[in-house]
Design a protein around this ligand. Structure first.
Ligand SMILES: Nc1ncnc2c1ncn2[C@@H]1O[C@H](COP(=O)(O)OP(=O)(O)O)[C@@H](O)[C@H]1O
Ligand SMILES: [Mg+2]
Length: 271
């Protein structure tokens, strides 16, 4: 049993399992994972496509109840709360950036960024003020009157980051946020995440299969086939990133399988 009293452990997963019923068959996607994410961590969950990264993340966020095991967030037994309480907690504490941003097409950038705070009951004025602060952080304040779809993919992901930030979240979550971006925009987004983590001390949980971004992790969880294959610390993550950078193929759309480190899993790290 893990210690949950220590509030520094912002997110604790204790023996998480998650199965889905596919037709008449039960498929176990998460096969017993325990992990701890501390306040101020830049936690990266990585692993091959289909290994269960998103499913694990959803159980940690209160989006998907595990079949077994417990999730504690900020010292609370997450799924021990009622449904309404889970929704309220998420709305007030968790900012999410997905791989593909979803916009309300009739609204401009500023209005889209206002949505989370409007849903929390803030006045339009307050929501707009916070939205502008967030847009400044991602350096897009001049674009507030545009429609999101008229922006580049990189700019859209930064707007999506502003929308996640606007509630001043306890936890900033990103699921493959650079998945659809060119490397320059991807690097820009990662630098913003790094600065939010290092300069503001914001806790970040990011899912990725881009080996290039492992170096941002202060804590790295390597998932293979629904299990935590290994947990790597900050130094280990940098070392791993460096090793992989020195080998060709960590970028450029090639499948990375030539690192000795990865050979043992023999999995594809590119979707
Ligand atoms: N709702 C669901 N019903 C059935 N199978 C699912 C469901 N969600 C995910 N899966 C399966 O679980 C596995 C892991 O999915 P996912 O967590 O999305 O992987 P990753 O994010 O690592 O690519 C995949 O084989 C996927 O098809
Ligand atoms: Mg995924």
């Amino acid at each position: 049993m893990m210690t949950i009293a220590d509030k520094n452990n912002l997110v604790v997963a204790d023996g998480i399992r998650k199965s889905f019923l596919v037709g008449t068959q039960t498929v176990e996607v998460i096969k017993g994972i325990s992990l701890k994410i501390a306040k101020g961590d830049f936690a990266v969950i990585f692993g091959p496509s289909g290994c269960g990264k998103s499913t694990l993340l959803h159980t940690l966020l209160g989006l998907e109840q595990p079949s077994d095991g417990k999730v504690y967030v900020d010292g609370k037994d997450y799924y021990g709360m009622g449904d309404d309480e889970i929704v309220r907690f998420r709305k007030n504490n968790i900012g999410i950036v997905f791989q593909q941003p979803i916009w309300i097409k009739s609204l401009n950038v500023l209005e889209n960024v206002c949505v989370p705070n409007r849903l929390r009951g803030l006045s339009l004025e307050e929501a707009e003020e916070k939205a502008m602060v967030a847009l400044k952080k991602v350096k897009l304040e001049d674009w507030h009157g545009y429609h999101p779809n008229s922006l580049s993919s990189g700019q859209q992901q930064r707007v999506s980051l502003a929308r996640a930030l606007t509630i001043d979240p306890l936890i900033l979550v990103a699921d493959e946020p650079t998945g659809n971006l060119d490397t320059v925009s991807g690097d820009e987004l990662m630098e913003l995440l790094r600065s939010l983590n290092q300069d503001e001390g914001r806790t970040v949980i990011m899912v990725t299969h881009d080996l290039e971004y492992l170096r941002y992790a202060t804590k790295l969880f390597h998932i293979i086939d629904g299990l935590l294959a290994e947990e790597i610390d900050e130094k280990g993550a940098r070392k791993l990133a460096m090793t992989l950078r020195n080998k060709k193929g960590s970028r450029g759309g090639e499948t990375v399988q030539d690192g000795d480190y990865l050979k043992k899993s023999g999995k594809k790290y590119v979707d």
